[in-house]
Design a protein around this ligand. Structure first.
Ligand SMILES: Cc1ncc(COP(=O)(O)O)c(C=O)c1O
Length: 399
C-alpha cells in the first residue's frame, strides 16, 4: 500500500464516525465490472456497491444522461411537477405492474413509507391505532427506526430500543410461524423476497403463495422488500414476478438509481386509493429531476442492453462454478440464492477469505459471518465468473 493510501486511511479513521470496519483500500474509479484504487491496482468486483451498480461502472449512456440533467435542472420541490419524475413513474409502473409510486432517497426511507402506507390503510378501515405488522427473523430492512423495527436481527436493534410498537416476528418459509402471529390487529406482513444481509435465503414459492392467500383472505397487506433482490438481479425485474403473486406494497432502491441515491415504494390500486393523501408523507429530495433522470436512464438501459437476459445467461454458469467449489472443499456446506444473488456457506468465518481475495484483486463481501455473498454488476460475463472463481479457489485452497 502506498504512503498516500495509508495517509488517506488514517485521515478517514480520524474524521469519519467509525460505524464500519472498512477494508483497507481507497477506491478511485470504476469501469464496467472493475474498480481501481488510488494506487492504480485493479479489482474484479463481485459486490457492485452491494447490489447497486447493475449496469457496471462508468456507463457512458448513463453518465451522459446525468450530465445533461445537471446542466438543465438538479432539483425542484415536490410541490411542482417535473418531467423526469413523470417519466420515471410511468416506467416503473410499467415494469412492476404496480399502480402508484413515491420516490425516496434510500432503501430505508422506502421501507418507512411502505410501513406508513400500511398503517394508514388499516386506520382508514377501522379507525384504530393498535395495528400490528409481522416481519421475518433474519430480515434486513434498513437502519432508520421503522425499518430497524421490522429488521429481524436483535443485534442491530438492541441498543436503540424501544423500537416502534406492535411488530411481531415469524420465520421465512415457515407458514405456521406466520399464522401463529396473525390476529385481528394484523395490518401487514413484510419480507424480502430473497433475504440478503440475513444470509441469502430465497422465499419459497409455496410460502409466498400461502402468505398471499392469507393476506387476501384477511385483507392484510403483503409488503415485499425488493431493495437488494429486485431490479433484475434474480433474472426477473422483481423477484416476486417469478411466482405469479403480487405484493400490495413493494420497496425498491439500490440498482434503481445505479449509484445515484434513490428508492421508491409502490402501491397497488387498492392501497394507492386508500392510504396516504396530501400531507401524510413527503420528502425534500425524493423524486427530484436529477434522481429521476438516473432512474429513467437505468430503466431504459435495462431494456436496451438486455440486462435481464444477461443475468439469465450468466447466473446458471455462476451457480455451476460455485457448486464445483462446494464439491471440492468440504468446509463449504451450501450454495444458495437466485440469479446473480448467491451465497456460499462455509462452516467457519469468511473474513480471511474475503481479505485474501482483496489482496489478489477480487472484491467480495459477506452476508453474516460465515457466508460469502456474490452480488456482481448484472453486466458480467462468463469470463468474469471464471476469473472470479480462479482467485476465490486459490484463496479457499490456502485455508
Ligand atoms: C433488503 C433491504 N432493505 C432495505 C435496505 C436499506 O437500504 P438503504 O441502505 O438504501 O437504506 C437494504 C440495504 O442493504 C436491504 O438490503
Amino acid at each position: 500500500m502506498s504512503e498516500t493510501m495509508k495517509k488517506y486511511i488514517e485521515e478517514a479513521e480520524s474524521a469519519l464516525l467509525h460505524t464500519y470496519n472498512r477494508y483497507q483500500i481507497v477506491l478511485d474509479k470504476g469501469d464496467g465490472g472493475h474498480l481501481y484504487d488510488i494506487d492504480g491496482k485493479e479489482y474484479l468486483d463481485f459486490v457492485s456497491g452491494i447490489a447497486v451498480f447493475a449496469l457496471g461502472y462508468n456507463n457512458k449512456a448513463y453518465n451522459d444522461a446525468l450530465k445533461a440533467q445537471i446542466d438543465k435542472l438538479l432539483h425542484t420541490s415536490n410541490y411542482y411537477y417535473n418531467v423526469p419524475a413523470i417519466e420515471a413513474a410511468k416506467k416503473i409502473k410499467e415494469v412492476s405492474g404496480m399502480d402508484r409510486v413515491f420516490f425516496t432517497n434510500s432503501g430505508a426511507e422506502a421501507v418507512e413509507g411502505a410501513l406508513k402506507a400500511a398503517r394508514k390503510y388499516a386506520y382508514l378501515k377501522d379507525g384504530k391505532t393498535d395495528h400490528e405488522i409481522i416481519a421475518m427473523n433474519h430480515s434486513f430492512h434498513g437502519r432508520t427506526f421503522g425499518a430497524l423495527s421490522v429488521t429481524g436481527n436483535p443485534h442491530y436493534r438492541e441498543a436503540f430500543r424501544p423500537m416502534i410498537g406492535n411488530i411481531k416476528f415469524a420465520d421465512l418459509n415457515d407458514f405456521d410461524s406466520v399464522l401463529a402471529q396473525v390476529n385481528d390487529k394484523t395490518c401487514a406482513i413484510i419480507m424480502e423476497t430473497v433475504q440478503g444481509e440475513g444470509g441469502i435465503f430465497p422465499a419459497t414459492e409455496e410460502f409466498l403463495t400461502k402468505v398471499r392467500a392469507l393476506c387476501d383472505e384477511k385483507d392484510i397487506l403483503l409488503i415485499l422488500d425488493e431493495i437488494q433482490c429486485g431490479m433484475g438481479r434474480t433474472g426477473y425485474m422483481f423477484a416476486w414476478q417469478k411466482y405469479g403473486i403480487k405484493p400490495d406494497i413493494m420497496t425498491t432502491a439500490k440498482a434503481l438509481g445505479c449509484g445515484v441515491p434513490v428508492g421508491a415504494f409502490l402501491l397497488n390500486k387498492k392501497v394507492g386509493e386508500n392510504s396516504l393523501v396530501a400531507g401524510d408523507h413527503g420528502t425534500t429530495y425524493g423524486g427530484n429531476p436529477f434522481a429521476c433522470a438516473a432512474i429513467n436512464k437505468v430503466l431504459d438501459l435495462f431494456k436496451e442492453d438486455n440486462i435481464i437476459e444477461n443475468v439469465n445467461k450468466v447466473a446458471p454458469y455462476l451457480e455451476k462454478r460455485l457448486d464445483e467449489l462446494k464439491d471440492k472443499y468440504d468446509f463449504i456446506t451450501d450454495r444458495r440464492g437466485a440469479g446473480l444473488m448467491q451465497g456460499l456457506v462455509l462452516n467457519r468465518p469468511v473474513a480471511d477469505v474475503i481479505n485474501k481475495a482483496l489482496d489478489k484483486g477480487l472484491i467480495l463481501i459477506n452476508a453474516g459471518a460465515e457466508i460469502i455473498r456474490f452480488v456482481p454488476p448484472l453486466i458480467i460475463t462468463k469470463e468474469d465468473v471464471d476469473d472470479m472463481i480462479e482467485i476465490l479457489d486459490s484463496c479457499l485452497g490456502d485455508l
